[in-house]
Design a protein around this ligand. Sequence first.
Ligand code: SAH
Length: 244
Amino acid sequence: MSRKDRRKRFGQHFMVKPELIDKMIALLNIRKRDVVFEIGAGRGELTERLAQFSKKVIAYEIDERLFREAKERLYNKENINLVLGDAFKSHRSFDLLISNLPYSRSSDFICWLAGKRFKRALVTLQSDFVKKLLAKPGDKNYRAISVIAQIAFKITIKDKIEREAFNPKPKVTSYLVLIGQKNRLKDVRFIKTLFSFRGKKLSKALKKLTLSNLKLNDGFLSKRVEHLTPDEILYLIEKLEVKR
Ligand code: SAH
């Protein structure tokens, strides 16, 4: 794979502003007893800094060449566990998470994090994706991912990051987003399936899913799927869990 291909495939946009790295570290508010998980160590600059303030850093890098570069930089650091592989397959536990995320994996990231137990996460996300995460019922951007994010997390935009902060420059502006945990969502499949019935009434969706036996009032059942609030969908999930 050429360098260009790897950059594209793995969403490699390196952060080139040291002051932004400082800011990310400050916002994450690391304590000495925290285990920090990093997605996409790249060449390991941020990884090295994280290790100074935390108990341990678990950093994943999927690109073997970058992994080797990072390994060289970090070989003598005892509290860094650098792993070659896909972070979204990891079952390791952690307190804090940080990532200058590969943008094509933003949705996978949200679904993966929704199932974890954690204190805080700080990530860079593209502005369009952040709009989806924060969209309200009825908005055109209101999707399964909005519901998953709003049930699972408390999301705060901390800063806007211009394209120039990265090399190579991404096509659009990003945001620095702080994520706290609200509800742990072990299974996001129901929400995704429910949203495949956008435009339909809840009653119809439930019928297709052979869940018509759920006891719900008529007003609720006649709402269209894309008008259900995250709280209403959480209520449905809880009802389903009791039923099982
Ligand atoms: N942390 C560095 C690199 C960020 S670019 C910096 O801030 O400059 C995103 C990084 O994530 C790239 O190094 C890319 O190879 C890596 N990456 C992409 N998908 C990944 C995955 N599924 N698991 C782990 N690392 C991944």
